[in-house]
Design a binder for this molecule. Sequence first.
Ligand code: ATP
Ligand code: MG
Length: 379
Amino acid sequence: MNILVLGAGQLARMMSLAGAPLNIGVLSYDVGSGQLLHPLTRHVFDQTLVQAIADSDAITAEFEHIPDEVLSQCEASGKFYPGKQAVKVGGDRALEKALLEQAGVPCAAYQLITERAHLDLAIAVLGFPLVIKTCQAGYDGKGQWRLYAEADVATVWAQVAAFLAADALHSIIAERMVPFQREVSVIGVRDRLGNIAIYPVTENEHVNGVLTLSLAKAIEGEIHQQAVEAFSRLASALDYIGVMAIEFFDVDGQLIVNEIAPRVHNSGHWTQQGTLCCQFENHLRAVAGLPLGSTEAIGPSAMINVLGQASIPAEVLSVANVTSHWYGKACRPGRKMGHINMVAGSEALLGEKLLALSAFLPGESYPGVAQRGGELMRE
Ligand code: ATP
Ligand code: MG
C-alpha cells in the first residue's frame, strides 16, 4: 500500500518509519520545491504530483500551510484524508474558531482584526492582556504579539500593520490572554467507519511558544472526559478521518481549546514508546482503511524536545527505557532537531528518569526536565 504525504518534514519521516512494518510505503510531496521524495532517505523521484496522486492508495498531510490548488487536486482524487476542509480549518484561526463555535466546544474569546478600528473594539470587548495572532501563518509561537496595556498599542499595531501589508491574504485575530494553570492536549484518531480511539491526555510545557516537554501521566478522569467530548464533537463535525490533535488551556479544571491540528502532533510523540500503536501508525491505519490500534498507555511517559542541538550526550541512552529520535535536519538555533522519549512503570519512576536525564541535559537547553522530575517523585 502507498500513501502520499503532503509535506516532507519529520512528521512524514516518522509516518514512514511507522508504516514499514505494515508494508505501507510513504512518499512525500515537498510543497516548497514541488519534488516527490522518500521522507527517510530523501531520494528524489522523477515523478509528477499527478502521477503520485494516481499511484497512491491514500493521501494525507503533515502540515496545514498547503496551496489551495494542491489541496483541490488531492481532494478531487477522492483519496485525501482528512481532506481539504479539515486542513483548511486547521490552517486558519478564523475558520477554526467558527468550527469550534458551531461544534459547541469552548475556546478563548476573540475578535477578528482587519483594520486599526477592530483593535480598539477588541480592547473594549476583551480587555487587556491580549494575544494577537496571525490567522494563517503561525507556528511555534511565530506571528504572535502580546498586548498588555494602552501604552503598547501603537508599537504593536505598527508591527501588525506591517505584517498585514506584507501579504494581502493574511488576517489577524485578537484573543483574550487565558489565565491557565497548565496546557494539555489530546490526540485522537477516527477511522473510515467512524470508530474513535483516544490517547491519554498529555500535559505540555511551552517556552516562547515552542513545546519543550510533554508528560503523559494518569490525568484526572474529568479532564480526560472533557477532552474526549471535544474530540468527538470536532471529529464528527468535520467527518474526520485520521489523527487529530487538540491543544487546550486548563483553567480551573475547565478545558478551553487553544488550537486544533488536523494531523499527527509533537505532543503525541511520546506514543512511539508509551503505547503499542503510536500516533503515526494509527494515522496511517485510519487513512488506509485499516482497523485502529490500541491507544492505551503502557505506562506514564514523557517526551523532551531537542531544540537547536545537533547531538545529545550518549549517557542519555544509558537511562533505561529512554530512546532518541532524530529528524535528519541541519541544525539551526531553536530548530526542532529530534526528541527523547521515555516510559516508566509508575509516575515516581518516570520522575526518577527525568531527574537522571537532567544530569546530562543542561537546564538552559532543556527547561523543566529537573523540575518536572522532582515534582513527579514528590506527588
Ligand atoms: P503551534 O506550533 O502549536 O501550532 P502556534 O504558533 O500555532 O503554535 P499557539 O499554539 O496558538 O501558536 O500559541 C503558542 C503558545 O502561546 C501556546 O501554547 C500558549 O502557551 C501561548 N498562548 C497562545 N494563545 C494564548 C492565549 N490566548 N492565552 C494565553 N496564552 C496563549
Ligand atoms: Mg500551538
